[in-house]
Design a protein around this ligand. Sequence first.
Ligand code: BG6
Length: 344
Amino acid sequence: MLKEIFEGPEVVEAAMRGRLNPANGTVKLGGLEEEVEELRKKSALEIIACGTSYNAGMVGELLFEEFFGVPTETALASEYRYKHDAPMKNAAYLFISQSGETADTLAALRKANARKCLTLGLVNVVGSSIARETTAGVYNHAGPEIGVASTKAFLSQLTVLTLMALMLGRKTAAAKMIAAELAKIPKKIGNVLRSADSIMNLARKYAGYHDFFYLGRGYNYSVALEGALKLKEISYVHAEGYAGGEMKHGPIALIDERFPTVAVVTKNALYEKMISNIEEIKARRGKVIAVATIGDTMIKKLADDVIYVPPTVPQLEPMVNVVPMQLFAYAVGVGKGYNVDTPR
Ligand code: BG6
């Protein structure tokens, strides 16, 4: 798992290679080229996946709405496959799966195919069932992911989702800026990985707690879900991922000095909102581990511990901010003596 976490910069590079021209913001995804015209006629997009791939899909949802301008929803494959839904007319369906074999995602794909929908795949394993049965698609090129808990695949999924949104959307100044920034992300992930030892030491300090909240908003809501998922899956510690704004609708009642919160509070338009959430937690004597932007000195006064990450644009923050989450879960799992590569 640690090896795969450290492959983060490499897999982002691999997913962009030959596809992105950061100088002019042009994106070329061979596997989608024939469908681009058809996709641009669609009025809705549904992203369907499980687990970590679902969490990546939630970032994709925001990216597609922002850059492609098409209403997008993310659905859990295990729910979508059984629901008696009214099929969305003129929608495209994107299935995300590292393995390309997850039973629920495959069943959901078959349901969409039976309805003659346009189905796309974002898959890592070449020639897998989901890759074969979708109308068109894009590979991650992340190499084999051996660890059961997905880490590097998540980063490559986010890379490809960004490329897809940029390719389908209009070439606005904002889109070009994102393209240029995407090219810098491997270096920024490398920057986080250089502080891996201190992140893992911090994790060991918190390894005795039995419950954790993970909070984020906007693009970082998905990071909160993914952070909590990693901790549950490999450390067997109870963790809840929540959207910051939902805290007050019940979960805050659980907060006390035994229930720490990992808060993603990087500098973006929702920073002040996250600060309010942290203040509410501190008022209930909850401990806070903040994932914050380098240079944010104010956060030190509020949080018990701070993990600093390099700044980037909000749309790409998940790619940088998820890395401390992966390292944190890894260190807690290993610290408890578990085999994190093949969890229960
Ligand atoms: C789960 C794994 O079983 O499947 C998760 O433990 C993974 O880590 C999920 O995210 C979905 O897998 P895939 O291959 O469809 O992305």
